[in-house]
Design a protein around this ligand. Structure first.
Ligand code: F0G
Length: 481
């Protein structure tokens, strides 16, 4: 919910109160420099105890509600036929309107199952935009990924409200040029994570679905951030203002053959699932679940988390909860924009994204500007974000580096977790960093893993620039925080 103050400004209003807190720690900049060096300038390798605000991701880091927590106490720990699973199935049936539910331990496990069953060497998956784990699984099954995002989606600063839309002309052309039998499926990601959590419109989804049907190609929707995409449809697309989030979600879901999701985002718990109304598809996937995940009534999830997702699904369609994360993000993005910091606009569904190409234009893409910026932001705020740029791209099969369309530093805003004063602190320190941006230089590899290298790879600064950044920071902030 948003409220208007007497001066006309609009602020997000949290419709919850805080019952349990976790103490956090803002170490001195000397300590932070030591920590980022020993983490190989990779924010994934920082220890959580050295992090003030953990903005690495909104995945599995959202605050659960009292209802979610209490549901975990009644989890039924049966290997087979658990009551917890049937409660999840009921939520999926009621909220999504889907009959068949396949549990999996998290989103990428769903992607593994779907790639294993439907992607063959020489086939392609068409998508509005790839996600790292999705692409890895499709590639590991021998397929490739064709991204048909519209031009607006590749622009960081834009007034286009639906940057996650698929280019429909390109879709028709691509199907025709590849041949429909070479397309394993069409995947729409709601909201589109790597370009800044940007939504697609209902109109675009319906058009994609119609084209897919005309060619007889299966459509899949990644629903990891479905509540946020539905909220953007409600608030940005004509004709949806009076519809409920649940009605919008159902209208989205009937457009596709199958959905999957990471339960770690919109539903604020930890797990994943695939769901469909198509019995044939269900039967094609189901036998693989006990091989890779676990029995078909837990799929690798703890029954406690299954209960929490079942409740989280109901919360994500609650009018006081749906969109509250997005409103918080909007506030943060606007604060940074007020300071002139180049951010992705319009604000998206999972965090604030800083455009590193504009923030540190002097760092070439092959020295990973967004990763360097992530380290610099850690140095000046004690808080960590995640690189979403060329470092998050793996090398091509012939070993070449592949530049990313965008070089983004993502500062995720987990739902119900941070406060306004924390966001104000972040905005202030990042504005200081922007004024001192010339002190940030590039990174180079020390240890580069062959796949999903951004997770555990280690780097170093090209010229020890962290020392000069530390000195400048200490000159302005006496307590070095
Ligand atoms: N699809 C989308 C759109 C995602 O954002 C993620 C995860 C996945 C699939 C994979 O799900 O993590 O449960 O296996 N996104 C996380 C992030 C990792 O930080 O954005 P998972």
């Amino acid at each position: 919910m948003e409220v208007k103050l007497s001066d006309g400004s609009v602020i997000p209003m949290e419709m919850h109160k805080i019952k349990i807190v976790q103490q956090t720690n803002l170490a001195s900049i000397e300590k932070r420099k030591e920590a980022i060096r020993s983490a190989g300038f990779n924010t994934f390798l920082l220890h959580s105890r050295d992090v003030f605000l953990d903005m690495l991701t909104d995945s599995g880091t959202n605050a659960m509600s009292d209802n979610q927590q209490s549901s975990m106490l009644i989890a039924d720990d049966a290997y087979a036929g658990s009551e917890s699973f049937f409660r999840l199935e009921k939520s999926v049936q009621e909220i999504f309107g889907l009959r068949y539910v396949i549990p999996a331990h998290q989103g990428r496990a769903c992607e593994h199952l779907l790639s294993h069953v439907y992607v063959r060497p020489g086939t392609s998956v068409i998508t509005n935009y790839h996600f790292t784990t999705t692409k890895a699984h499709i590639n590991l099954s021998g397929g490739d990924v064709l991204e048909l995002i519209t031009d607006a989606g590749r622009e960081t600063a834009s007034s286009e409200q639906f940057k996650g839309n698929m280019d429909l002309d390109l879709l028709r052309e691509t199907i025709q040029s590849h041949g429909k039998d070479k397309i394993a499926f069409i995947r729409m990601e709601a909201t589109t994570n790597l370009i800044g959590g940007q939504p697609f419109s209902m109109e675009n989804l319906k058009a994609v679905s119609e084209i897919a049907k005309a060619f007889g190609i299966m459509t899949i929707m990644d629903c990891s951030l479905i509540s946020e995409n539905a909220y953007f449809i409600k608030t940005r697309e004509a004709g949806f203002a009076d519809k409920s989030i649940q009605a919008i979600i159902q209208e989205m879901i009937v457009q596709v053959d199958l959905i999957y999701m990471s339960g770690r985002k919109s539903t604020m718990a930890r797990g994943g699932l695939i769901a469909t109304n198509n019995e044939k598809v269900y039967r094609e996937i189901l036998p693989h679940v006990p091989v890779f995940e676990g029995f078909i009534t837990y799929g690798g999830m703890s029954t406690k988390e299954i209960e929490a997702i079942a409740v989280g699904m109901r919360e994500m369609v609650d009018p006081d909860i749906a969109g509250s994360g997005a409103e918080f993000i909007k506030y943060f993005v606007n604060r940074l924009a007020d300071f002139g910091v180049p951010v992705v606009t319009p604000p998206g569904g999972l965090g604030c994204h800083i455009d590193a190409k504009k923030f540190v234009p002097h760092i070439p893409w092959y020295e990973y500007p967004a990763a360097a910026l992530a380290s610099a932001v850690y140095l000046v705020t004690g808080s960590r974000g995640m690189e979403r740029g060329s470092l998050s791209m793996d090398r091509t099969p012939d070993g070449q580096e592949e530049p990313s369309d965008m070089e983004l530093l993502r500062l995720a805003v987990p739902r119900r977790t941070f406060t306004m004063s924390q966001l104000e602190f972040m905005a202030d320190r990042i504005a200081w960093l922007y004024r001192n941006r010339n002190l940030i230089h590039g990174l180079r590899w020390v240890d580069e893993p062959p796949v999903l290298r951004f997770f555990i790879g280690r780097l170093e600064s090209t010229d020890g620039w962290e020392d000069s950044l530390e000195a400048a920071f200490k000159a302005d902030f006496v307590d070095s925080r």
